[in-house]
Design a protein around this ligand. Structure first.
Ligand SMILES: [Zn+2]
Length: 408
């Protein structure tokens, strides 16, 4: 069997992925933001409406009563699903009642910042009967979405970097080398802010492990190591950088952070951590304590190997790149924890192979609650949809998507 290694065929694939976090929350037009829906009693002209519905549509009635008694949105969503499925199977079609459930569901979606779903629910309500107030609200949500989606048209395709770099896939033993960058001027850390950040990381990792279980991945074991990179008088103090800095400036910044830890480069640093912990994967997070757009540098394949097995040529791609890290630029502030959760989770997904969805043209109504697409109000409402699960190694089969998925 002949085997040939074509090195440097792919000169060097690295991907910079920048996360845009919207600092403004959506404020609805209605002043009353409480969840309200009309009850059967209020809706009905007839006194015996309850009895009539209960007798004619017992399943729907039970689901509807259950919905009214729920105290959490998660349970309410489950009850709503039951109510609609019962309405369908029993032929219940009272437009006022069904409409009120759609509106209620829209409110829950909106509270979670799942605006695409909120619009869908509002449209279903409008189909039952039209109301100008709701039409205006849909318009307002669409306007908000167009602001959130300002970068939607940037990409046509999705680039998955499966099995490349020190963070090959989000599985097994994962060492996270968390570096607090403290230059004494622009980015500083106290024991308290470091401690709070560590707690956020643990919550993010719980979220990741829970999401993994839904794909049958049960073996994730995080080991967190923390480091403080201080200004070193022997080195030039790290200047501040942003995602807009040129590649060379970013590399220099990272190099000086590594030098203050006594390391040659980020690749050697993470390889050392992986070895020390006997880990399968390694992630470097460089956290600067100021606000900018966070970004991740991820590795792609660097080499291709062609071999002939049983007379057939097969091509295998692999990577010798190890310059992979997250540059987290989130200032630690008491009221910004949700953003930090989101940014940590989102950026970590990149190094494991996932691409952004928020800037892909045809992803505006695809995997809308995915961590790489729209931001949810809290991490609990963000999901790992099959496209991201595929890219980070949780799903073998390439999902069907309205855009091309490239592996590099
Ligand atoms: Zn991103």
């Amino acid at each position: 069997m002949s085997s040939k290694i074509i090195s440097n065929l792919f000169c060097f694939f690295a991907f910079l992925c920048v996360l845009l976090l919207l600092q403004t929350e959506f404020s609805p037009t209605t002043s009353n933001h409480e969840k309200e829906y009309v009850t059967i009693d209020e809706l009905s002209d007839k006194k015996d409406a309850h009895k009539a519905i209960k007798e004619r549509f017992p399943k729907f009635y039970a689901a509807y009563k259950k919905l009214q008694s729920q105290t959490t949105d998660e349970n309410r969503m489950a009850a709503i699903e039951d109510a609609f499925s019962a309405a369908k199977s029993e032929g219940f079609n009272d437009p006022k009642i069904l409409r009120s459930i759609h509106l209620f569901e829209a409110q829950i979606h909106q509270d979670r910042w799942h605006f695409v779903y909120a619009i869908e629910s509002l449209k279903l309500a409008q189909e039952l009967y039209f109301e100008q107030k709701i039409a205006s609200h849909i318009k307002k949500l669409r306007r908000h979405l167009s602001q959130v989606e300002s970068e939607r048209g940037l990409n046509d395709s999705y680039i998955a970097t499966k099995y490349s770099g020190p963070a090959k896939q989000l599985k097994g033993k994962v060492v996270v080398a968390y570096v607090y960058v403290d230059d004494g001027i622009n980015t500083r850390w106290s024991n308290k802010t470091r401690h709070r950040t560590e707690k956020v990381l643990e919550l993010v990792q719980d979220w990741q492990a829970n999401a993994a279980r839904e794909y049958g991945v049960n073996d994730i074991n995080f080991v967190n190591r923390s480091f403080i990179a201080r200004k070193n008088p022997m080195l030039k103090a790290p200047r501040t950088i942003s995602f807009e800095s040129n590649g060379e400036d970013i590399e220099q910044y990272v190099a000086s952070v590594m030098a203050s830890l006594g390391e040659k480069n980020v690749g050697d640093f993470i390889e050392k951590q992986i070895k020390a912990e006997g880990a399968d994967q390694g992630v470097v997070i460089l956290h600067v304590n100021f606000n900018q757009r966070s970004f991740a540098q991820r590795c792609g394949y660097t080499h291709m190997k062609k071999s002939r097995i049983n007379g057939k040529y097969q091509t295998r791609y692999f990577s010798q790149c190890n310059n992979e890290y997250v540059m987290l630029m989130e200032q630690v502030k008491r009221n910004r924890w949700d953003k930090m959760h989101y940014a940590q989770a989102h950026e970590m997904m990149h190094v494991f192979g996932a691409a952004d969805l928020y800037n892909i043209k045809n992803a505006s109504d695809f995997a809308v609650t995915d961590i790489m697409n729209f931001q949810s109000k809290s991490l609990d409402y963000s999901q790992v949809e099959p496209i991201t699960a595929y890219a980070i190694g949780w799903l073998e089969e390439k999902p069907i998507a309205p855009f091309i998925i490239i592996e590099k």
